[in-house]
Design a protein around this ligand. Structure first.
Ligand code: ADP
Ligand code: MG
Length: 245
């Protein structure tokens, strides 16, 4: 049983076919990259998996259970996480408080017991922060962090929801090369140790070929190739259609 299976997903916007019979699976512990030129349909596929967009046809299954029409909140509860964008880390709170807040929300505790919960979750929050290499910044305000460090905190926040599958839309956008490689290495080791499946999109082919365990190539709403980085690099159709050589 795959962690996630999408079966013949279709979506059109007016006359534009954004997804045509898109089928693939994400396995536990793998880093699966979805690549393709602008307008290929990557975000459309992400949004049909995250629940932001209903497909015209097709199915989304999490551990064999159909979630095709479930709300984003319901999918989140079932184990589909998304990395938060920078604006969603609360800049007025400390790093640790941001993660504690995510733990509180995951455990569905009310804000009324915030003071108590805060004590209760501090140890777990620190544990998550040490997994992303940010324990030493726990009591600093998020507003003073470097961009790459905010990304690490965002990853800890996403992990607080105990996701089975993590959707990452261009996780390294805006980061310097060394930071990008470090964040992807970290993400990969977390995926492996926690057996989380990661589906990510990324423009930077060095990041994709360096870190994906498997790659799907989307072109005009259709998957034209799927395979290991080595297989994709050798694929004549992909080189011609997309990689430009
Ligand atoms: P990508 O993320 O690969 O750049 P998208 O999934 O955003 O591609 O878009 C795929 C196609 O669908 C594009 O032609 C885009 O213009 C179109 N599209 C996406 N979302 C909408 C929408 N909400 N309304 C109309 N057209 C859309
Ligand atoms: Mg997009």
């Amino acid at each position: 049983m795959s962690l996630l299976a999408v079966e013949r997903l279709n979506k059109a916007f007016g006359g534009v076919v954004a997804a045509h019979d898109v089928s693939f699976a994400v396995e536990r512990g793998e880093m699966l990259a979805l690549i393709g030129p602008n307008g290929a349909g990557k975000s459309t596929v992400f949004n049909m998996i995250g629940g932001q967009l209903p497909p015209d046809r097709g199915a989304v299954l999490l551990e064999d259970k159909a979630i095709t029409l479930a709300s984003p909140q319901e999918r989140f509860r079932q184990g589909i996480g998304r990395t938060f964008q920078i604006a969603q880390a609360f800049h007025s709170m400390t790093v640790c408080e941001n993660v504690q807040m995510a733990l509180i929300s995951h455990h569905r505790e009310s804000r009324a017991i915030w003071t108590e919960a805060r004590q209760h979750h501090r140890r777990d929050a620190l544990d998550l922060l040490s997994q992303v290499g940010m324990a030493e910044a726990a009591d600093r305000s998020c507003s003073v962090l470097a961009y790459g460090d905010v990304k690490r905190v965002e990853l800890a926040i996403a992990l607080a929801g105990e996701p089975k599958l993590l959707l990452m839309d261009e996780p390294t956008a805006g980061m310097a090369f060394r930071e990008r490689a470090a964040l992807m290495d970290l993400t990969h080791s977390i995926a492996r140790t926690r057996r989380i499946g990661i589906l990510f999109t990324e423009h930077d082919m060095d990041v994709v070929f360096g870190h994906a365990s498997r790659i799907l190539v989307l072109l005009r709403g259709e998957i034209i190739a799927a395979g290991s980085p080595a297989e994709i690099r050798e694929n004549a159709q992909v080189r011609q259609a997309y990689l430009g050589n």
